[in-house]
Write a new protein. Structure first.
Length: 78
């Protein structure tokens, strides 16, 4: 899927991209604040934005945290 999405034909490179990407994902569906900042910084460079951009302007994991609290409260276990 990554090869199709990126239109890149190097299977080994795309496997490394996938492996590296999977290291950034946590079980709860969020990403760490340092990684959020990296995403913002890279996006700012690509788009030419120069102002400060707060994490909360881009990322909102409140819905995930609410769902997690409901699941925890229910006692459900996968």
């Amino acid at each position: 899927m990554i090869m199709e999405f990126t239109r890149h034909k190097d299977r080994d490179l795309m496997a490394r991209v996938y492996d590296d990407h999977m290291k950034t994902i946590v079980c709860d569906g969020t990403i760490s604040e340092p990684l959020q900042q990296i995403v913002i910084d890279r996006s700012k460079r690509l788009t030419g934005v120069t102002r400060d951009v707060g994490l909360e302007e881009i990322f909102d994991f409140s819905f995930i945290r609410k769902a997690q609290a409901e699941v925890t409260q229910s006692g459900w276990k996968p």
